[in-house]
Design a protein around this ligand. Structure first.
Ligand SMILES: [Zn+2]
Length: 246
């Protein structure tokens, strides 16, 4: 455990203990308020994808736009998306799920061969429970994916994206050990849950701004049309689409 995490853990335990102490002393209301504030503070840092409460998250690039594509590799979508990116002469970052990468290692190598970046998106993408995972499970989710991608690619990824952007108390210390940078986003169209590509593209267009990191997904019903729509949309701007977030 590093010093920052140890410090935060001690602080949380002290505040939590103090709230219990207050309640035990008969100051029920004050103790409850303190307890609720502590829980709200922790939930904000955990569930808000843009929160920097537990550590840094990159949500912008210095110039242009950065296209990022999550949840692959996918045998149906990845080859189509790679061809689209070539057609529009654009580079992107693919945040891959370890379990899928294990099934389709050739697709992982193909993404790299075509000149795109590859990032870690956890081993099993536990989107409903990652925020509540303990240190061992959090570490296993990140490290198992990291080890597999490193084995396939011959070099370790340096980018990480949390499932649905949720973090927990333990993510940042693990990222530091594995030399991973947490990447968020600033433009998205909820394409993972929508079936209307036009609506998705309108939302992305509405949230695009200077230095936007654009979030898109593969392995959805509308992935290729959304990606093509984004590529067309980005071409209407003077800003370049950068293939790297650094
Ligand atoms: Zn995802």
């Amino acid at each position: 455990m590093n010093i920052a995490l140890a410090g935060r853990t001690v602080l949380v335990l002290v505040v939590f203990s103090h709230s219990i102490f207050l309640m035990a002393q008969g100051h029920l209301f004050a103790g409850l308020v303190e307890n609720l504030l502590l829980m709200s503070f922790l939930l904000y840092g955990t569930l808000n994808p843009g929160s920097r409460l537990f550590g840094p998250v990159q949500r912008k690039v210095d110039e242009g736009f950065w296209l990022t594509i999550d949840d692959g590799p996918d045998p149906g979508d990845t080859p189509v998306i790679l061809d689209l990116l070539d057609q529009y002469e654009t580079k992107a970052a693919f945040f891959l799920i370890g379990e899928k990468a294990a099934k389709y290692p050739d697709l992982v190598r193909e993404i790299r061969k075509r000149g795109h970046q590859i990032g870690n998106h956890t081993w099993s993408h536990p989107q409903t429970s990652f925020w509540a995972a303990g240190p061992i499970r959090t570490s296993r989710e990140i490290k198992k994916c990291q080890d597999l991608l490193t084995e396939i690619l011959g070099e370790a990824p340096t980018l990480f994206r949390a499932p649905v952007g949720h973090r927990n108390f333990f993510v940042h210390p693990i990222l530091r050990v594995l030399n991973l940078r947490l990447i968020g986003w600033s433009a998205r169209g909820f394409d993972a849950v929508s079936t209307d590509s036009q609506e998705v593209l309108e939302k992305i267009n509405g949230s695009l701004g200077e230095g936007s990191i654009v979030l898109a997904h593969e392995a959805t019903a509308i992935a290729p049309e959304v990606i093509e729509g984004i590529l067309k949309l980005l071409q209407t701007y003077d800003e370049p689409v950068v293939g790297t977030g650094s």
